[in-house]
Design a protein around this ligand. Sequence first.
Ligand code: CLF
Ligand code: SF4
Length: 474
Amino acid sequence: MRKALSSSGCASSKCGSSSGSDELPPEIWEKVKDHPCYSEEAHHYFARMHVAVAPACNIQCNYCNRKYDCSNESRPGVVSEKLTPEQAMRKVMAVASEVPQLSVLGIAGPGDACYDWKKTKATFELIAEKIPDIKLCLSTNGLALPDRVDEIAQMNIDHVTVTINMVDPEVGTHIYPWIFYRNKRWTGLDAAKILHERQMQGLEMLKERRILVKVNSVLIPGINDEHMLEVNRVVKQKGAFLHNIMPLISEPEHGTYFGLTGQRGPTPMELKKLQDRVSDGTKLMKHCRQCRADAVGLLGEDRGQEFTMAHVSDDVAYDPSKREAYREIVAKERGEHVENRKKASDQLAAVASDAAVLVAVATKGGGRINQHFGHAKEFQVYEASARGVQFVGHRKVDQYCQGGWGEDATLDGVIAALEGVSVVLCSKIGDCPKDSLSAAGIQATDSYAHEWIEAGIAAWYGAAHGKEQALRSA
Ligand code: CLF
Ligand code: SF4
């Protein structure tokens, strides 16, 4: 087995958006229980979709190239099909009829939803009328937010994300070259000061109106990594429900300032270490997939190409039957999942070891270990210790299996992406990749195929610590 991680880090099973029904006030739980971004548990079951209706933006971030979508909540380097509010409405009706997991409609650009407000508002109004049970969600850089908060509240938008990368304008000068505010372009410290003040004002206004706020922060090594502790402290104090610290992605081919000047992003382990430093009692989102401004599906899957406007008919009608049937199934499955998770925690608490290890899981969703190793495009990573099973994040990989064969180079990439991981749990794995993983110090097993993720991890952890019999008979 690989060397165990230190047992420091999140000391509470209530940490982060993994909080469940018994840990949150009922009115908050009601708002987050079906939201895949605001509840780690919900992301196993529920899907979001974005509609790219808001292309205009009022600031410049050094990690953004305007040829692409807003990088504040999207993977950089991706271009969406821009829609009018009417097209967006048709698209949402088509997706809501076909994708049973759909629970949230978000507007995350491709520019800024609050700055390009007319289109954002018109889209939300049209959709709320046609599909009243869909949750509305938006993401913004915060500069125009204070001007929109009252309308946001009136429209029953319960979830707003504000991207806040600094709370010290001096740090902001290294991230934002300019902003456009009150018909004027501002640069340098003045620009960063205005942006900071508006972001703080927006946060407070949302909190006063009991709207749940998630803060996204892009972690930029050497610029705001140490500062992130202060960002976390301030946004928590201002009432943010969740803090999502995302890694900077700065490929040179995306043509961003950071990409072209060699500014690197953090490694997965650097991100984890930072998250561990801020996670004491703080609500951290760790399951973000930095999705596209036109993403459709469960987090981590993207069905956007199935629902481009070319696939949406002019006279689409909304059929709620698939979503209704799915919700009934989920209600039952989820109860079982929660029970199993508690049982897994009890089992781990009984193991006489203080080692904390990282476990990677191949899953297609539903909270189970149910994907072949070679089919995975990402692995979900958990930390297992006597304190329980904590979700840590995900690692994106290129799919190893190419229909009966696998590329060595792809496998090398997978192994590199699994840095720090002790074991991979999946529903099936061949001898060849298993041996290569083993040579790299990573165990892989399909012995826990189709078990609940936490139950499989607890059983593996117990076995690895010589307690399997004790755990299985518990
Ligand atoms: Fe979209 Fe964002 Fe709403 Fe979610 S995404 S507007 S809160 S519905 Fe989610 Fe995607 Fe991460 Fe955003 S995984 S990038 S956090
Ligand atoms: Fe780009 Fe979004 Fe920043 Fe605007 S707010 S510059 S669209 S990343």
